[in-house]
Design a protein around this ligand. Structure first.
Ligand code: CAA
Length: 241
């Protein structure tokens, strides 16, 4: 039987490319999404990938959602923590709400999703947890104190959990995408994107979601078991760690 992969935020943007790539690699995929029913229905119709609605910011909803996916499809072997939001503003204009929403989704969301799945992975002595962080968690980004903090937090959590999971056959790795041509990036003011951001990318273009998905497929593989606590950077040369 094929392994089950659960991708959060898996019906749009980078997550959709990840869901499709995992399906093409032979996994049974469940794509979680938070709000956009229309996009999720369209995604299922086009790909045959089942979608499940809950917010990764809500621990109880995550536990219930994971239980539903496992009842429908079987135990989750691969978890891709991809769901993320932005609430960009220069710090002097950032509200406590903008801070909280981003931390709740982009950082606590990784706890909320991984925690209900972790025990089963330990029991089965196999797991792949892949956290989609960001270039902006590595270098920081003006206008993103909330997002940069959450994404840097994801990297710390990845390294801690890698140590805990190692003896149980669970690898935990992170991917740091640079600026990828999704709705999230295209929502940036066009002038800011064209004049400040794209000129900083040595390859001279935004990345493609598929260029992140291939990193996920690599880390999810059974023979990637010696790779854990690592960060794969895919940013067109914009920033080297
Ligand atoms: N460094 C330092 N100062 C900066 C700056 C930077 N990178 N960018 C802007 N500033 C300064 C401006 O020069 C300006 O200064 P003055 O007032 O002295 O002229 C001041 O900050 C305000 O700039 P804006 O006019 O741009 O302010 P705004 O309130 O209209 O917009 C913003 C602020 C929404 C944060 C906007 O600058 C922006 O969208 N920046 C891009 C943020 C970004 O990269 N987000 C990534 C989203 S995609 C993503 O997150 C995916 C991923 O993982 C990569």
């Amino acid at each position: 039987m094929s392994k089950v992969a659960l991708v959060t935020g898996g019906a749009r943007g980078i997550g959709a490319a990840i869901s499709i790539a995992l399906k093409n690699a032979g996994y049974t995929v469940a794509a979680n999404y938070a709000g956009n029913d229309e996009a999720a229905e369209k995604f299922t119709a086009e790909t045959g990938i089942k979608t499940y609605k809950w917010s990764v910011a809500d621990y109880d909803a995550c536990a219930a959602g994971v239980a539903q996916v496992e009842a429908d499809l079987g135990p989750v072997a691969v978890l891709v923590n991809n769901a993320g939001i932005t609430r960009d503003a220069m710090f002097h204009k950032m509200t406590p709400q903008m801070w909280k929403e981003v931390i709740d989704t982009n950082l606590s969301g990784v706890f909320n999703m991984t925690h209900p799945i972790w025990g089963g992975m330990r029991d089965r002595k196999f797991g792949r947890v892949i956290n989609i962080s960001s270039i902006n968690g590595q270098k920081g980004q003006a206008g993103q104190a909330n997002y940069s903090a959450a994404k840097a937090g994801d990297l710390g959590m990845t390294k801690a959990l890698a140590q805990e999971g190692a003896r149980a056959g669970i690898t935990v790795n992170a991917i740091c995408p640079g600026y990828i041509g999704t709705e999230m990036v295209r929502a940036i003011d066009e002038k800011v994107l064209n004049e400040r951001i794209i000129p900083q990318i040595p390859v001279g273009r935004l990345g493609e979601p598929e260029e992140i998905a291939r990193c996920v497929v690599f880390l999810a593989a059974e023979d990637a078991g010696f790779i854990t606590g690592a960060t794969i950077t895919a940013n067109g040369g914009q920033y080297f760690v």
